[in-house]
Design a protein. Sequence first.
Lengths: 203, 220
Amino acid sequence: MRTVAVILAVLTGLIVLLGYFFPVLSGVQTVVLSWTIILAGTATVVGVFSLILVHFNKVTRREKGSVYSVLLLMALFVTFIFGITLGPDDPNMQLLVNAIIVPVESTLMALLAVTLLYAGVRLLRRRTDLMSVIFLLTAAFMLFASATLPFGEISLLNNWIRPWVQQVLALGGARGILIGVALGTLTTGLRILFGADRPYGGK
Amino acid sequence: MSPDLIVGALAFLFTLMIFSYLIGDNPLFRVAVYVFVGVSAGYVAAVAFRQVLLPNLLYPLVNGTTTQRALLATPLLLSGLLLMKAWAPLSRLGTPSMAVLVGVSAAVAIGGAVTGTLLPQIGVTINMFDLRTSTSPFTALFNGAFILAGVVTTLVYFHFGARTTADGSVRRFGLIEFIAFIGSIFLAFTLGVLFAGVYSAALTALIERLYFFGTFFGLG
């Protein structure tokens, strides 16, 4: 089973990768990609089924907080049944989205305003080194410089210093992070395609 | 009661329950979060079934041509094996399907990283020094040098190769350590700007929620 898994991972991965460089393989690449889309859909269903199993076990064992699990299962089943019968684009399904998903996501984002402020203060208390000070001063400066001030905008801040910090100093670091992430992705991907890493369980 | 009123009342209730976290973790917050996870998971499963599995697998299997059906035999088999992952005693059978998923994802990620990030980012860093397109060559050169320094030093910051010194401690090479220190300053600027951006977005969401409260009670 392990050998089959490694062969499948390397073979399908190479077909898709080579399809980018050799147009003759693009037809096969498209077929393999369409299979993977189906597998990704199935994996999503498996993930949700796993969530149901975890919470169902919590309810049957009457573990602490199982009342919340009952609510989760009820919400999940009701939404899934309505989603299957009506379709996710149905206006009635959108009502459900607007009633629960959008307000909860938006409020969690709003809570972030408080927790981020708290985290900033904690950082200054716990770790007062040069990196933390520059980080917090930059954040405070950016917020101040982009805010609408009661006495009008300060030209030096808005037109010179803020753009320079944002588009030169921060851009250099951001580009470094992006290139670093891309190099990391490239290395990890190649290790999988060479069979050195087998995160799918083929040890 | 009109559907809009029910939606508004539910949205108000859930907003209030989530905001209750400001006084600490409490049952109201947990109820809201568990219901949110349930609804989101149900919605995602419905989307996966209706918009991925039904049109790409099940419908062509029933109504498609013989060629279409033959082509779908492989994903059908792999999907069946993947479903075994949900049941512990048979979960090993799902490994080949996971292997295909991981292998193709790795290939797509490599393609995306090279063509979508590496080449464009390196290209745009080099183009900063192309003085033909610049109206102010000195400024372009100055800014380009700063950005290049930021890119290189940030990348060096994430270089963790080290060796054991005479006193037994593990340290990076002195020059690398110095360049990494400069990289950490660039990173502090970058993360500060990103933090300010996220904080602005969070503040906007907070204002929007407070405005929603106002409009719900007819104050807006």
